[in-house]
Design a protein around this ligand. Structure first.
Ligand SMILES: Nc1ncnc2c1ncn2[C@@H]1O[C@H](COP(=O)(O)OP(=O)(O)OP(=O)(O)O)[C@@H](O)[C@H]1O
Ligand SMILES: [Mg+2]
Length: 332
C-alpha cells in the first residue's frame, strides 16, 4: 500500500499558560489514506482543533510540538515532516497543498475585501496566473461551490452574504489551489440543518471530482456516518481508537467510543427517554492519570489500566488503546 497522505504518530503538544506547561495533546496518532475522509471525533476540549493547527503549522504562540511526528506526503510524492519544517516550507504547503476550512467563516474572511479579491489572493500567492485568468478561475470556483449569480457575487463583501453562502466562499477559498489535503474543523456546526446537508453534499462532490483527502473534525456522529470512510476517536488529548467507519459503528472497542455511540439520539427512540451518557468528568490537563485517562470513568478499569496504554492493532484497519478491548464492557 502506498504511503498515506497524512500520518500522525505519538504527537505531543504543550502550551505554556500562566507559568506552567500543560500538555494538550499527549498521544495523537492517526492515518489518512489518499482520497479518503477521516473523521476526528471527541468531546469539547479533547484536542481536535489543536491537532489540526499542529498539522497546519499554525499553533498559537504559547504552544509547541513537544514530541512525535506529522508526516505529509505531497502531490509530488515528497514527504514532509511537518514538525521539523521551516516557516517557509509551511507557507508553501498551506493553501496550495493543505487547506483548511474553519467553523466560523466570518473569523477567517477579511471584512474589508471582496470575496473575489480574497480568493484571487490565494492564486496570486500560489500560482503565476495573470489578473484576468485569476478572476476567471475565481468565478469558476464560485460556480463550482454553487453560489447563485456568481458573476455579481464575486464583488460582494463577506457581510453581504448569508451564513451558508459565506461557508461556500470559504470552501472556494480552500479549494482554489486544488489542495491535496483539506482539513475541515466543524465546517457546518454554525449552519442550520438544511444548509448543513447542502454543504456536506458539496464537499463530497468536490472530493470525488478533485480527488482530495479530507480530515473532517466534528462531534456530530450523524455527520460522521454520512461523511467518513474512517474515524479516529479522541479522548483527553489522545486518539483512543481508529477504524473504518462501518467497523467502528458495528464494533466499537474502546469503552469511551461505546459511550459516545450510546449517546447519539436515534430516530424512533421515545422522546423524553434520557440518552445514556458517560458518568464522570474528563480529567483536567494538569492532572492526567499516568495510565489510561479514561480509567476513572470506566466500568471495566482495573490495576493494569494504571500502566501506560498505547494504540495497538485490534483487527484489520482497527486500532484501539485499551487493555480490555477484547472483553467488552457490560452495559457500556
Ligand atoms: N492557546 C492555548 N493555551 C492553553 N491551552 C490551550 C490553548 N489552545 C487550546 N488549549 C487547550 O487544549 C485543549 C484542547 O483544545 P481544542 O481546542 O483542541 O479542543 P477541541 O477538541 O477542538 O474542542 P471543541 O470541540 O470545543 O472545538 C483544551 O484543554 C484547551 O483548553
Ligand atoms: Mg475545536
Amino acid at each position: 500500500m502506498s504511503e498515506p497522505v497524512l500520518h500522525v504518530s505519538d504527537l505531543r503538544v504543550t502550551f505554556r499558560a500562566r507559568n506552567r506547561a500543560v500538555t494538550a495533546l499527549r498521544d495523537v496518532a492517526f492515518t489518512l489514506d489518499a482520497g479518503r475522509t477521516l473523521a476526528l471525533v471527541g468531546e469539547s476540549g479533547s484536542g481536535k482543533s489543536v491537532s489540526s493547527l499542529a498539522i497546519m503549522g499554525l499553533l498559537p504562540k504559547n504552544g509547541s510540538v513537544s514530541g512525535g511526528s506529522i508526516r505529509y506526503r505531497g502531490s509530488s510524492g515528497r514527504v514532509t515532516e511537518i514538525t521539523a519544517a521551516s516557516e517557509d516550507e509551511m507557507r508553501a504547503l498551506r493553501g496550495a497543498e493543505i487547506a483548511m476550512i474553519f467553523q466560523e467563516p466570518m473569523s477567517s474572511l477579511n471584512p474589508l475585501f471582496t470575496v473575489g479579491d480574497q480568493i484571487g489572493e490565494m492564486l496570486l500567492l500560489h500560482s503565476d496566473l495573470d489578473a484576468a485568468s485569476r478572476r476567471k478561475r475565481v468565478l469558476d470556483m464560485l460556480e463550482l461551490v454553487e453560489i447563485p449569480a456568481a458573476a455579481s457575487r464575486i464583488d460582494n463583501y463577506p457581510h453581504e452574504l448569508s451564513g451558508g453562502m459565506r461557508q461556500r466562499v470559504m470552501i472556494a477559498l480552500a479549494m482554489v489551489c486544488n489542495p491535496k489535503l483539506l482539513i475541515a474543523d466543524e465546517p457546518t456546526t454554525a449552519l442550520d440543518v438544511t444548509i448543513q446537508a447542502q454543504i456536506l453534499d458539496l464537499m463530497r462532490r468536490l472530493q470525488k471530482e478533485l480527488g482530495m483527502s479530507i480530515l473532517f473534525i466534528t462531534h456530530d456522529m450523524g455527520v460522521v456516518a454520512e461523511m467518513a470512510d474512517d474515524v479516529a476517536v479522541m479522548y483527553a488529548g489522545a486518539v483512543v481508537e481508529q477504524a473504518g467507519a462501518q467497523e467502528l459503528f458495528h464494533r466499537p472497542s474502546h469503552p469511551y467510543t461505546r459511550g459516545l455511540l450510546h449517546s447519539i439520539p436515534r430516530p424512533g427512540r421515545a422522546e423524553g427517554v434520557r440518552l445514556q451518557s458517560i458518568p464522570g468528568m474528563v480529567p483536567p490537563l494538569h492532572a492526567m492519570p499516568t495510565g489510561c485517562a479514561f480509567a476513572p470513568r470506566c466500568a471495566r478499569a482495573d490495576n493494569i489500566c494504571a500502566g501506560p496504554v498505547a494504540l495497538r492493532d485490534f483487527a484489520a484497519n482497527h486500532r484501539v488503546a485499551c487493555f480490555h478491548a477484547e472483553h467488552g464492557v457490560a452495559g457500556v
